[in-house]
Design a protein around this ligand. Structure first.
Ligand code: NAD
Length: 280
């Protein structure tokens, strides 16, 4: 039976440390503040924002929400970002995705100042990650790297297979794993013979959004399994991209859903806001 990587507990530890750092900053007169922009009324985004707001409150970070109507123009969105860029009391800016289809998310992310880009989506920060320079690492990959660190899982020389190539998870994860000396394979919806890549892997990270996609016959014995997916099964229960019940019998380590990668993502967002505030 695999060791369960407890993301909930580790995230709590991280938030406790950040709480101390946050009060130290306040003693120096710095009040860390995160601005979150939501365009439209996407229900899932509203839940994510509520969770982020709660985490901010716990750590002591001020949280300001900017709600824009779903027919907001690109210009209005960019103007708001510029205003927040120029506001010295705002340390981090987060643009909640998805945006309504008429808006250009790439241009919006490029407009967020790299110094306030706590999601790590500005191309300057993406480039710095590629060059293994100090930067804002996007929160989900960063949280996964913290889990490896906590559980002493050394990636040096390991074969890591990542399934999913999104800008938010898959692509930055490639850089994070290479920076830790892993040999990385990236699979996606056009990959042929996916099992060849997963069976050969010491570590499999799945981020595709398909309930219970990774089965036990697709991995080698004692592999480390990281499940990023958040899905609902046929009974409405939250499940990951991994068939946890069966895969956990063959793996050496595994993250649960819920309670694995999800809480770590929010903890690393808090970490990045404190980092942005400290850099001021
Ligand atoms: P996405 O939805 O943008 O893209 C899905 C990726 O999966 C694509 O790269 C696609 O090529 C690949 N894919 C789809 N079907 C595949 C298949 N059958 N075989 C191989 N590859 C396939 O990706 P995303 O935004 O990274 O989200 C992925 C999942 O992770 C979703 O369930 C999302 O909710 C979840 N997620 C969780 C967190 C967290 O904090 N836990 C953060 C971000 C995303």
């Amino acid at each position: 039976m695999a060791i369960i990587i407890d993301g909930k507990e580790l995230a709590q530890e991280i938030r406790n440390d950040l709480k101390i750092k946050c009060s130290e900053l306040k003693e120096k007169g710095i009040k860390p503040k995160l601005a979150v922009i939501l365009v439209g009324d996407d229900k899932a985004s509203q839940i994510y924002i509520r969770n982020k707001s709660k985490a901010c409150q716990e750590v002591g970070i001020d949280f300001e929400e900017y709600l824009l109507k779903k027919d907001t123009t690109q210009k209005k969105l960019l103007d708001l970002i510029e205003t927040l860029n120029n506001n010295p009391n705002i340390h981090g800016i987060l643009l909640q995705s998805p945006l309504p289809g008429h808006l250009d998310i790439n241009e919006a992310n490029m407009t967020i100042s790299p110094k306030k880009d706590v999601d790590g989506f500005n191309p300057v920060n993406v480039g710095k990650l590629c060059l293994n320079q100090d930067t804002f690492v996007s929160c989900t990959p960063y949280g996964i790297m913290k889990m490896f660190e906590k559980y002493n899982i050394d990636l040096t020389g390991k074969n890591v297979t990542i399934i999913g190539r999104s800008n938010i998870v898959g692509k930055p994860l490639v850089q994070c794993c290479i920076n830790k000396n892993a040999t990385v394979t990236v699979c996606h919806s056009k990959t042929k013979n996916l099992e060849e890549h997963t069976k050969n892997a010491d570590v499999v990270i799945v981020a595709i959004g398909k309930p219970k996609f990774l089965k036990e016959n697709m991995i080698k014995k004692d592999a480390v399994i990281i499940d990023v997916g958040i899905n609902r099964d046929e009974n409405g229960k939250v499940v990951g991209d991994v068939d946890f019940e069966n895969v956990s019998k063959k793996a050496s380590y595994i993250t649960p859903v819920p309670g694995g990668v999800g809480p770590m993502t929010i903890a690393m967002l808090m970490n990045n806001v404190i980092k942005a505030s400290s850099n001021n």
